[in-house]
Design a protein around this ligand. Structure first.
Ligand SMILES: Nc1ncnc2c1ncn2[C@@H]1O[C@H](COP(=O)(O)OP(=O)(O)O)[C@@H](O)[C@H]1O
Ligand SMILES: [Mg+2]
Length: 323
């Protein structure tokens, strides 16, 4: 039932002159046509692409049984990328029903694609920041969000998983009554760091890079095995970008120079607007080893100490401004 079938759409097939690499990333054509029906009972109808350009594409769709809006993340099957989606569905399945993680409704293949139908969320923090007139999130909002992300990480780590690509665009706000709740998305780079008996997996001496250089820890620059501490470093740098509007290495092209800056830059250079009390976040992170279990509550308390009062009922400025 493809009412709006556009015969010019390639839907993942190569056009003359296109390279296979053009089928992903921002050059990729839409993988799914409008009105495509997904699921065993064909209960989800694709409406519109809402994000694309990374590894997958995300669509708004509708559950035809309930009328509810849902999100569908789609990736091409049979490629290296498809492993990401298998991993992502595994993580989301283990986090099902847990605060800060989108609910998964259905996981399945469709023609040459794999997809996950999940709870529809609102905008990601990277987009929200850019839409604000100041291009910065207020300290109060950033502290509230930071506290929630520490909670989300403690829940994820509690199940033995690392995110390994935490950054503003991988954190979304919920919709409507969930608009004050932060959700983590994008588990395509996740990795189990604990065995089923709770022990730490043996660490490798050298690992392929996983993550995004701008937000990663100096340990990740050195290709060291990641641990819970590295997700917290990603949060720390993400918060700096949200609060200050930029990171000190935004114009630095050399990855080695960026790593060096992360090793030596004082807290004040990264967070000129934050009270100096926040420096203990940095100090405490530096004390943690790859296998350390962070004291999540301590990190939340450091965040809370930076503002007079954490008002979790207040509306966020982007909701007030309607951006
Ligand atoms: N459940 C969702 N509801 C609404 N938007 C989402 C949802 N999941 C992801 N997105 C949006 O799509 C973007 C890309 O999704 P993501 O899972 O991060 O894939 P990628 O691997 O392409 O980065 C995110 O930055 C977010 O803005
Ligand atoms: Mg992403």
């Amino acid at each position: 039932m493809n009412r709006n079938r556009n015969v010019n759409k390639q839907n993942g097939h190569l056009k003359p002159g296109q390279k296979p690499s053009d089928l992903r990333g921002k050059n990729a054509p839409p993988y799914m046509e409008k009105d495509t029906l997904l699921g065993k009972e064909k209960s989800f109808m694709v409406e519109k692409m809402i994000a694309g350009g990374g590894f997958g594409q995300v669509y708004r769709a509708r559950n035809l049984d309930t009328g509810e809006e849902v999100a569908v993340k789609v990736e091409r099957a049979g490629t290296n990328d498809s492993q990401r989606m298998i991993l992502e569905s595994k993580v989301l399945d283990e986090m099902l029903g847990i605060k800060h993680f989108p609910i998964v409704y259905y996981i399945g293949p469709h023609s040459t694609y794999n997809f996950i139908v999940m709870q529809m969320l609102g905008k990601n923090l990277g987009d929200i920041r850019k839409l604000l007139p100041t291009k910065r999130i207020s300290i109060h909002s950033a502290v509230r969000i930071g506290i929630q992300i520490v909670e989300a990480l403690s829940l994820l780590h509690g199940k033995g998983w690392l995110h390994r690509d935490l950054k503003p665009t991988n954190c979304c706000l919920g919709l409507d009554e969930k608009r004050k709740t932060v959700y983590l998305v994008d588990f395509g780079m996740s990795r189990k760091f604990r065995n089923d008996d709770g022990s730490h997996r043996d660490s490798r001496h050298y690992c392929g890079f996983r993550g995004t250089t701008r937000y990663c820890s100096y340990r990740m620059h050195d290709r060291r095995e990641q641990g819970p501490v590295d997700d917290l470093w990603c949060l720390y740098y993400s918060m700096a970008e949200l609060i200050e509007g930029y990171l000190p290495w935004r114009d630095v092209e050399s990855v080695d120079e960026m790593a060096q800056m992360k090793k030596i830059l004082k807290h004040k250079m990264i967070f000129p607007s934050m009270p100096s009390r926040f420096a203990s976040f940095d100090r405490n992170l530096r004390r943690l080893r790859q296998t350390s279990s962070p004291d999540y509550v301590k990190f939340q308390n450091i965040l809370a100490s930076c503002i007079k009062f954490v008002d979790n009922n207040a509306e966020f400025e982007w909701d007030v401004l309607g951006v």
